[in-house]
Design a protein around this ligand. Sequence first.
Ligand code: ZN
Ligand code: ZN
Ligand code: ZN
Length: 134
Amino acid sequence: MGQRSSRAQPASSAEETAANRAEALRQKWVRDQRELLVQTMRFSQVDRPCPKCKKMQRAEEFETHLVCCLTKPALEFNTDVLEADQGECIICYEDLMAGQCIARLPCLCIFHEECLKDWFKVKEECPSHPESDE
Ligand SMILES: [Zn+2]
Ligand SMILES: [Zn+2]
Ligand SMILES: [Zn+2]
């Protein structure tokens, strides 16, 4: 007596909710994956800049370029203290003066050391001699 089955059993309803939630999550995951795949495919067909050198790459060459670019040795520079004035630093447009710390690239261009370090954060190439793929 008094045992009524109309009452929902807490255990099974909690399980059901968990199962529903899991299923909803799974469906969302599948949707997300599909969306991501579509985006990736669409993305891989458009030209876009290389994240390393920022140069625009054609879609079909992007991956090849990226591999080359990421494995390319970094551009090295020597640092030095200038012994005589050397004209303008083309990064900051101020004069390179005797006694200042400068950086010299393999192409023999010189810049203030700090200027070149800042420049390299954006582009690792000589400001006067940008590499060109053309
Ligand atoms: Zn690159
Ligand atoms: Zn400078
Ligand atoms: Zn140079």
